[in-house]
Structure formats: C-alpha cells, structure tokens
Write a protein that binds this ligand. Structure first.
Ligand code: NAD
Length: 327
C-alpha cells in the first residue's frame, strides 16, 4: 500500500522539494498551501503527476483532507525574516492554530506528524554550537518574536499532542537552508547576494559581515526530514550543516561563483539578528544516520544556475526594494 502524505506549505521552497522527493519514492502527496509566501510555479511540474494533488487553503482556518492520511509534514509558515516581519500576525496564527489543525489531522487519521521548527528557537545563542538541549535566548517581544515564539509554541503543542493523545510526532529544527526555488525577493542572504551579483549591483552585507550562518543544501535538508519522520524519533533534532561561514565570506564566494565584480556594501544589522549560528548535529548523525553531503560551492553553483535561468523569481507583488540581506 502506498503511503499518502500531506505536506502543508508544499508550494514553498523546502516543501516543493519535499513533495518531489516523496513522489519519487512512490508516495502519494497532498500539497496544501495558501500561496502567501510560496509560488504556484514551484509545483506546476507536479500537477500532472497521478500521485499529486494540490489544495489551496489556509491551514489556520482548518485542515480537512479527504481520504486516507498516513503522514503529515507541517511546513506551512513564512520562513524568511522579510516575510514574517511583513506578515507578523499570520506567522503567529499559522504557528499556533495552523499547527493545532495539522496535529488534529494527524490525530484523526492516526498518522505520523513532523513539525519543521527552526534554529531561531535558540534566538541569539549563548551556547555555540547549539545542541538540542540548549533552551535558547529569545527576545519574546522583539520584532522577530512573531516567528521565534510561534515556532516555540509549535514545539510545545506538538509535544503536548504526543503526551496527551499519543500522536507519533517528530520535531526537526532546520538551520539555514538554500537551493533552487528560493525566491529572489525573500530577503535571505543567499538569494539576495545571487540576485545582486548577477545584476552587477552591490552586495549588501549587514553589520561588519562577521556574523556567521551554516548553510545546508535543500536536498540534504529534505533527506533529513524524510529520515526523521520515518525514524519515529520525537526530536527535537537539529538538521543543518555544521560548516560555518561569515556573511562576508558568503558574499565573496557568491560573487566569485557568479563571475561578478560587484562591490560589497555594509548596511545596518536588523534588531536581534543572531551573531553566531551553527548546529550540533550529533543527535541527527546518531539517530538518523544523517549528515549533509553537498559542499557549499557545489550547492551554490546549482542554485546560481537556477537564478541564471530566471527560475527563481519573486512573489507576484514585489517587496524587493525593502529586502536587505538577512539570513
Ligand atoms: P517558504 O516561505 O518558501 O514556504 C512556506 C510555505 O508555507 C509557503 O508556500 C506558504 O505559502 C505556505 N504557508 C504559509 N502560511 C500558510 C497558511 N496559513 N496556510 C497554508 N500555507 C501557508 O519557506 P521555506 O523556506 O520553504 O520554509 C518551510 C518550513 O521550514 C517553514 O516552516 C520554516 O519555518 C522552516 N524552516 C525553514 C528554514 C530555511 O532556511 N528555509 C530554516 C528553518 C526553518
């Protein structure tokens, strides 16, 4: 019997790659999305697939999927700082009501459930690298709290459904992920630098560029997500690339790979922007046999190729002017 999986946020960047991966494994996929930060273009290639179905709906308003459901991958949520700062209330609601509705769907169908939480639950970390046992340093009332606290609530309600209703839940904390289908206007550093370098514009590095991120290629992230749900492990499990890079190094690497001679311009750092970000992936290696395989140069080359083909556009309504390079 085929597994039938629901992917909320399936028309987004990570979700569309996850849908493809599950279909390639022979699973049936119901992709649920309201297209608020995702793009229909991300899934047009899947619409003719016999195992694929798309439901246009907002998961904060309820989530009823006709037919059998064996697995629920709950990814729906704005994810880039530019998006969640533009959609603060929607972000809180999808993290709370949306997660509750996705958990209810899993409970009704006795399905496995996976929440994509985030490294942002660690806030501006005082422990480096971050293991899952670190409880974080989050400003609960700052502008970024709409995302950080929504995800922290999402983790709490997921654990409560596991303890109260016995739902087979898994929490993964994704660190920065990049790859084809990132929107050119989503504001994160990789798409911003690539778009700027290819256009011959200055690359906007925030602060002095010494802040670090660790960047995981999307195929590796998706592989970790699939392994995590299959493992039945409750998590939380960090999924990210422990290779750390400063924003300045990243800008220079992207510029080099794009063959660009653009300048680097320093612009102010946003409030509560973390200085350091690197996952401790000991638990994922031990529990899932997972670790990232794609080197940064290789992943960036593949991503840049998609941008060059014009395949990574923005949302129909553009916010590009207001989008600094955040990560
Ligand atoms: P994305 O914005 O590309 O995708 C999110 C998708 O969710 C979009 O297609 C959007 O339209 C959809 N969505 C949002 N609100 C919805 C709602 N109320 N109802 C239905 N659909 C809704 O973001 P992404 O980068 O693909 O992130 C996917 C998930 O992974 C998110 O939960 C995010 O928090 C998590 N995550 C991503 C990263 C990363 O680096 N990409 C890092 C940490 C965590």
């Amino acid at each position: 019997m085929n597994v039938r999986a629901v992917v909320t946020g399936g028309a987004g960047f990570v979700g569309s790659h996850l849908c493809e991966r599950l279909l390639a494994e022979g699973q049936e996929v119901v992709c649920v999305d309201n297209l608020s930060t995702g793009r229909a273009e991300n899934i047009t290639q899947l619409l003719d697939h016999p195992g694929f179905r798309f439901l246009l709906l907002d998961v904060t308003e309820g989530l009823d999927v006709p037919g059998r459901v064996d697995a629920v991958y709950h990814l729906a949520s704005p994810a880039s700082p530019a998006d969640y700062l533009r959609l603060p209330l929607e972000t809180l609601l999808v993290g709370s009501y949306g997660t509750r509705n996705a958990l209810e769907l899993a409970r009704r169908h006795d399905a496995g459930f996976l929440l994509t939480s985030t490294s942002e639950v660690y806030g501006s970390p005082e422990v480096h690298p971050q293991p899952e046992s670190y409880w974080g340093n989050v400003n609960p009332i700052g502008p970024r709290s709409v995302y950080d606290e929504a995800k922290r609530f999402g983790e709490a309600i997921t654990m409560a459904y596991r303890r109260t209703h016995g739902v087979r839940t898994t929490i993964v904390r994704l660190f920065n992920t990049y790859g084809p289908r990132l929107r050119s206007d989503d504001g994160r550093a990789v798409p911003a630098f690539i778009t700027q370098a290819l256009a011959g514009r200055a690359l906007t590095v925030t602060g002095d560029g010494s802040q670090t991120r660790s960047l995981c290629y999307v195929d590796d992230t998706v592989d970790g997500i699939v392994r995590a749900l299959a493992s039945g492990h409750s998590g939380p499990l960090n999924l990210g690339n422990p290779v750390e890079v400063t924003m300045r190094e990243l800008a220079l690497t992207v510029r080099g790979l794009c063959g660009s001679s653009s300048e680097l311009t320093l612009i102010p750092r946003p409030q509560d922007d973390p200085q350091l970000r690197r996952p401790d992936i000991t638990a994922a290696v031990r529990e899932l046999g997972w670790e990232p395989r794609t080197a940064l140069d290789e992943g960036l080359r593949r991503t840049i190729a998609h941008f060059r083909e014009g395949a990574c556009t923005g949302l129909p309504v553009h916010h590009e002017e207001a989008a600094p390079a955040l990560a």
